[in-house]
Design a protein around this ligand. Structure first.
Ligand code: GDP
Length: 440
């Protein structure tokens, strides 16, 4: 697109302030920051719930909501107004669905939160994977309306919980939603809580990390404000926001070598080559030399931005914009990894992975997904079926792996891809998620 005619690769090297980034980070650390993903079946009320959360925390104002309400009514979908808060692009609006991981930020007194939105449409599972692999915890939204939960639990709710678990999320807040439709029945809340507990326990979650909150996203009960409905008087637990605030973010991998997966590549006023993404591990500062994988090309950090403000440095857990120099843009693509030049991520075409099977596995073609990166591959070896809890070998060289089992398999891809031990990958086949797990 004309980008590659710009010779920025022979510009003078940017200057470094040689800061001790981790020390600088310690000095500024005032607020806890945490990110979460929102999952649950289609129509469970995820978007409405998040819209309500942002409205009641005054992140968006009543006027904006009024505007959305008018637009929503004009296409005959008035209930979508709250949901649109999360999703401000008109093309998506007219289709009536939320796509992509729109990152929305909000703050409470103690914590700065990022919502990694992950809608429940089947086709959008790859986005959910990208979201879940970055999340400190999850909100699982369940529709309490008679019959809806029973239908949802079997399908998407089940797949989503398994996926969360295999992507390393261990803390879940279960929002039992639309309780207004069942007259705030405590029996209904208890029944659903019990069933979801049993299900999450079987999936490998520890119940001390799971909480249940009865809510109505549409009306706003128990989200930021406590329900004032007399029928809901039996609930004395925390609101959704209180549950969010009491959730501990996962430890940041600050001391590890730099890893950042590129989520966007574009041309900006500061540089013909600007990238953005979340720092998964390590830190970086202006002037740093970096390596882009899989191209193996070196680049330099001309300048950095956090939340549209120029900064000198950034650390793991932050979403950063980097203006690059001294590299030809043809070597940089979405899904590539920016890493430390001395301890770069390797590019490999074969890996061993410990996976949770969602479907029957056998030697077969699979698409390998890691965040936004995906590559065609094949299961070339089925090494063992493992004990779900202990991880010990139960059966060597199985012919097939059944859904719900944990197994060790070897996958070979058609091309070399930046991947390393400890990363989480998802295997898909024919548009369905068939397995997810951890690289060994
Ligand atoms: P999503 O697909 O999970 O994002 O679900 P939406 O947020 O789009 O909501 C689906 C439908 O459920 C919409 O018509 C909402 O207005 C409705 N809805 C969402 N939350 C509630 C609730 O708490 N009570 C009631 N009665 N309806 C709700």
């Amino acid at each position: 697109d004309g980008m590659n005619v710009l010779r920025i690769d022979d510009a003078p090297l940017p200057k470094s302030k040689n800061l001790d980034v981790l020390k600088e980070f310690e000095k500024t650390k005032s607020k806890k920051s945490a990110s979460f993903v929102v999952v649950g079946h289609v129509d469970a009320g995820k978007s409405t719930l998040m819209g309500r959360l942002l409205l009641d925390l005054h992140v968006v104002d009543q006027r904006t909501i009024q505007k959305y309400r008018k637009e929503a009514e004009s296409i005959g979908k008035s209930s979508f107004a709250l949901a649109w808060v999360l999703d401000q692009r008109s093309e998506e609006r007219s289709r009536g669905v939320t796509i992509d991981i729109a990152t929305n930020k909000f703050e409470t007194d103690a914590t700065s939160f990022t919502i990694l939105d992950a809608p429940g449409h089947r086709d959008f599972i790859p986005n959910m994977i990208a979201g879940a692999s970055q999340a400190d915890f999850a909100i699982l939204v369940v529709d309490a309306t008679t019959g809806a939960f029973e239908a949802g639990l079997k399908g998407q709710t089940r797949e989503h919980s398994l996926l969360l678990r295999s992507m390393g999320v261990s803390r879940i807040i279960v929002a039992i939603n639309k309780l207004d439709t069942v007259g705030w029945s405590q029996a209904r809340f208890d029944e659903i809580s019990q069933q979801v507990s049993g299900f999450l326990l079987a999936t490998g979650f520890q119940l001390k990390n799971v909480s249940f909150v009865p809510v109505s996203g549409l009306l706003g009960d128990n989200i930021v404000k406590r329900s004032t409905d007399a029928a809901a008087g039996w609930y004395e637990g925390k609101t959704l926001v209180e549950e969010l605030e009491s959730s501990e973010p996962m430890a940041r991998a600050l001391h590890k070598p730099l890893r950042l997966t590129i989520s966007e590549v574009y041309r900006s006023t500061q540089s013909p080559l600007t990238v953005s993404g979340r720092i998964d591990a390590g830190s970086l500062q202006a002037g740093d030399a970096l390596l882009v994988q899989p191209s193996g090309e070196k680049a330099y950090v001309k300048s950095l931005e956090l939340d549209q403000e120029p900064v000198d440095w950034a650390v793991a857990g932050q979403n950063v914009v980097i203006h690059l120099s001294n590299i030809d843009p043809i070597h940089v693509r979405v899904g590539d990894i920016i890493c430390d030049t001395k301890q770069p991520i390797p590019c490999i075409d074969t890996f061993t992975v410990k996976i949770l099977a969602f479907d029957i596995l056998m030697p077969m073609q699979v698409d390998v997904h890691r965040g936004r990166l995906h590559a065609a591959g094949q299961i070339v070896e089925m090494s063992a079926v493992l004990d779900k809890v202990k991880g010990t070998v139960m059966k060597k060289k199985p012919r097939i792996v059944k859904p719900g089992s944990v197994a060790r398999v070897v996958v070979k891809m058609g091309t070399k891809v930046p991947l390393e031990a400890g990363q989480r990958v998802v295997l898909r086949s024919g548009g369905e998620t068939v397995a997810a797990g951890l690289l060994e």
